[in-house]
Design a protein around this ligand. Structure first.
Ligand code: F6P
Length: 524
């Protein structure tokens, strides 16, 4: 039996004898102070997770047995850990952490060029609106941050996004704008992505004579962008060692730089760099990304929760769960290990929405549903933009939910309450089971001091490193995404069949019927 197998077995045994959260709190006055981590502007409380000190220690031993420290070194050293694409993974270098002298130079040249360009656009005042076109990693990060930064900084230009191939996306983005005062920022690492090419084409048509000057492109495929007709002087490069979902720190963030200013963007990078330094050097037991990741491993692999919810109690972080869906599920939604053998259970479904809205939608399921889901609650301590009464209410709701999920309410307690009402015993018997809460539902609460660029940088880098740590435990490659390819190939084939009205004969009968339906609708 390997050390790892033995440790997984130990974790299973610990889970089988796990006291409830209420008991863990009742028996340990130090529980919360022991399970709080603070890094930069973040405070994370793991005490409402169903873990004992022994479980945490065993999880850390498992991380060691999986050679996490060695992998962490390889990652920061720029080894080609993305083996299926033969690439290094160097997004921390974009914020100044690690990288060879050559990489450092490329990054500092890029940052200087971005700053100069952003300042020029801001000073000229020629443009009123930026249309950021991109999808997946070329959209979700900038889109999340564009919202989040608005908490403390007023953008100098309006920033709109177009991502979906559905024409409504670009149409809505362009609605009411003047081509002369609109700057289109087209972002695609590959510059082959159907959505981005089509939306950029639509924007180019709409810009007419302004197209040559008013489109800039950010890509790792300069040749492709030039072929597409983008003015070579308006192309910003990035590199194959930056994965799409880790790319917002590169020139992919140019729209943010222009709208919010280079200094704010630098603060974002500094926040991420602070988390890099912590992740790189802190011992595993004091390491926040490691703790977040191992808590997720415990919930998913040992306690068998099939999903992980993330609820940000901050309107301006409402896109955080969508961002994390790509970050975690595209990174770790894998079925084979690094060597190609079948993997065990890997990444859970990541989902969520904003609080308090979600309380009025799916929290019923979280409180009384049969599966439950561990939750990461994200809260912001100080709001500079909201009335204090609103802000107090948002925090009260956030803290109340994690408490309610953990405490629950026994049927006996419900019965006692109902006995004080006018209800008969028969009515109490009928109602009591419906009003009871199982409780013992785990959560982590992450509190940001303020919603500023630095704290947002801390937060995003925390989850990036979490995904990396989990990939090491699951022995998978977090940095490729072959699973998106098959659908892309079939979509191109079907598109041709729709456009050219060519006979459809190489599909299953269900797909053929659907194509036939669409072709008829197209003709009529
Ligand atoms: O379809 C998945 C994906 O390849 C993501 O990994 C990526 O972030 C997105 O598409 C967009 O890709 P690109 O930046 O090359 O247009």
């Amino acid at each position: 039996m390997t050390n790892k197998t033995a440790l997984w077995g130990e974790l299973d045994t610990l889970a089988a004898h796990l006291p409830s959260l209420n008991t863990l709190f009742a028996n340990d006055a130090e529980r919360t102070s022991r399970m709080i981590f603070q890094v930069g502007s973040l405070y994370a409380d793991f005490s409402k997770q169903r873990m004992t000190p022994q479980i945490v220690q065993t999880l850390l031993k498992l991380a060691q047995a999986c050679e996490l420290e060695e992998w962490r070194e390889k990652f920061f050293a720029g080894d080609k850990i993305n083996t299926t694409e033969d690439r290094a993974v160097l997004h921390p270098a974009l914020r100044g952490t690690g990288g060879s002298p050559d990489v450092k130079k490329q990054v500092s040249d890029m940052r200087a060029r971005m700053r100069k360009f952003a300042e020029k656009i801001r000073n000229e005042g020629k443009y009123k609106t930026i249309i950021h076109i991109g999808i997946g990693g070329s959209d979700l990060g900038p889109r999340l941050i564009a919202d989040a930064l608005a908490a403390e900084t007023k953008p100098a230009l309006a920033l709109r996004f177009a991502e979906n191939i559905d024409g409504a996306s670009i149409n809505d983005a362009l609605e009411g704008l003047d081509p002369e005062t609109t700057l289109v920022v087209s972002v695609s690492k590959s510059f082959t992505t159907q959505e981005t090419r089509m939306n950029t084409q639509a924007a180019r048509d709409w810009l007419g004579d302004y197209a040559r000057n008013n489109i800039i492109t950010v890509t790792a495929n300069r040749e492709g962008a030039e072929e597409f007709g983008v003015n070579p002087d308006q192309i910003f490069d990035f590199w194959d060692w930056v994965g799409g979902r880790y790319s917002l720190w590169s020139a992919v963030g140019i729209s943010l730089q222009i709208a919010y200013g280079p200094d704010v963007f630098d603060e974002l990078l500094a926040g991420a760099a602070e988390m890099d330094a912590h992740f790189k050097t802190a011992p595993l037991g004091n390491n926040l990304p490691v703790m977040l990741a191992m808590t997720g491993v415990w919930n998913c692999n040992v306690l068998k929760y099939p999903s992980q919810a993330v609820i940000a109690y901050a309107r301006r972080l409402r896109k955080f769960s969508s961002f994390l869906q790509q970050l975690e599920m595209e990174s770790n939604g894998k079925g084979v290990t690094r060597s190609g053998a079948p993997a065990g259970t890997t990444c859970p479904i990541v989902w969520g929405d904003e609080g308090t809205n979600s309380q009025h939608a799916f929290f019923q399921h979280l409180h009384q549903g049969t599966q439950g889901a561990p939750i990461d609650f994200i809260a912001v301590l100080n709001s500079t933009e909201n009335r204090q009464d609103h802000h107090d209410a948002v925090l009260a709701n956030c803290f109340a939910q994690s408490e309610a999920l953990m405490l629950g309410k026994t049927e006996d307690a419900v019965r006692e309450e109902l006995a004080q009402t006018h209800l008969s015993q028969t009515e109490i018997d009928a109602l009591a089971p419906h009003k009871a809460f199982p409780g013992n539902r785990p959560s982590t609460t992450i509190v940001l001091d303020r919603l500023n660029a630095h704290a947002i940088g801390n937060l995003i880098a925390l989850y990036e490193h979490k995904a990396f740590v989990q990939s090491i435990i699951w022995d998978i490659n977090a940095f490729d995404q072959w699973g998106v390819e098959l659908g892309k190939v079939l979509a191109s084939k079907i598109l041709k069949e729709l456009e050219t009205n060519t006979p459809v004969d190489a599909h299953d009968s269900s797909t053929m019927a659907l194509i036939e339906m669409a072709r008829k609708a197209r003709i009529s």
